[in-house]
Ligand binder design. Structure first.
Ligand code: PEP
Length: 253
């Protein structure tokens, strides 16, 4: 069984105290994850050490960064390097969320550099891809995501690509309450896996977890996660409500 992941993306929400309370409530549910299941909390940078120490005693719970900088180190005021994340024992980092692509002009080429740095520093990147509404309406989403993968990923070796997680996040479904149907999600996830298979072979493609993101909620997670190529979710809004995220974790295969 491929690794199945429930990943929370807190974005720029919650004070430190609210974050601690949320985490306490989720951990109090004492969900025992199976060996192939993981729960990841992508929290704001200043909260990383707090979150890491709270979750580090729990099997298969991890703290993650929501972003990292694409340069190794230097005069980049306000940025966080991958080496810094590694020095805090952080092992996951979201790379290329559509909000970063849109508001911070992150290109496929910049994201390729971030992936390299993550992998060099033993951090598993959760690489986000996905199309905007206009692209979906023009029915060119398959070509669009293929280009995102080829420009950011295809320089990686087979050994490296096995260490990444992909999150398919259609932009029209993020924070909109409009979820992709299970058919749309499965079709795209199978397409992404076939792109990986075309470049790296089927065995490698079958190892890479592909998460779905875009208005995953407590009441639709089970159905989405039941799709054969959907290996869990990257969750924004619903990850801020303990009872909802608990239900989402419990929906993992
Ligand atoms: C996200 O931020 O990655 C996301 C999918 O958000 P939401 O679940 O709120 O749509």
């Amino acid at each position: 069984m491929r690794t199945q992941i429930a990943a929370a993306n807190w974005k720029m929400n919650l004070t430190f105290q609210q974050g601690e309370k949320l985490l306490d409530e989720i951990l109090a549910a004492e969900i025992k994850l199976k060996d192939h299941q993981k729960t990841i909390f992508a929290v704001p940078f200043p909260y990383l050490t707090m979150t890491r120490s709270e979750v580090s005693d729990e099997k298969n719970y991890y703290a993650a960064a929501q972003n990292c900088y694409h340069k190794k180190s230097g005069a980049y005021t306000g940025e966080i390097s991958v080496e810094m994340l590694h020095s805090l024992n952080i092992t996951y980092c979201i790379v290329g969320h559509s909000e970063r692509r849109e508001y911070f002009s992150e290109t496929n080429a910049i994201l390729a550099e971030k992936l390299n740095l993550c992998l060099e520093n033993f951090i598993t990147p959760i690489f986000c891809c996905g199309e905007a509404l206009a692209i979906r309406e023009a029915e060119t989403q398959n070509e669009f995501v293929a280009q995102q993968l080829s420009e950011s990923l295809f320089h990686l070796s087979s050994e490296q690509v096995k260490k990444i997680v992909i999150a398919y996040e259609p932009i029209w479904a993020i924070g909109t309450g409009k979820t992709a149907t299970t058919d749309q999600a499965q079709e795209m996830h199978a397409h992404l896996r076939s792109i990986l298979a075309g470049h790296y072979g089927e065995n490698i493609a079958n190892e890479v977890p592909i998460l779905y993101g875009g208005s995953v909620k407590a009441n639709n997670a089970k159905e989405l996660f039941s799709c054969p190529d959907v290996d869990g979710g990257l969750v924004g809004g619903a990850s801020l409500v303990s009872k909802d995220f608990i239900e989402i974790i419990r929906s993992l295969k």
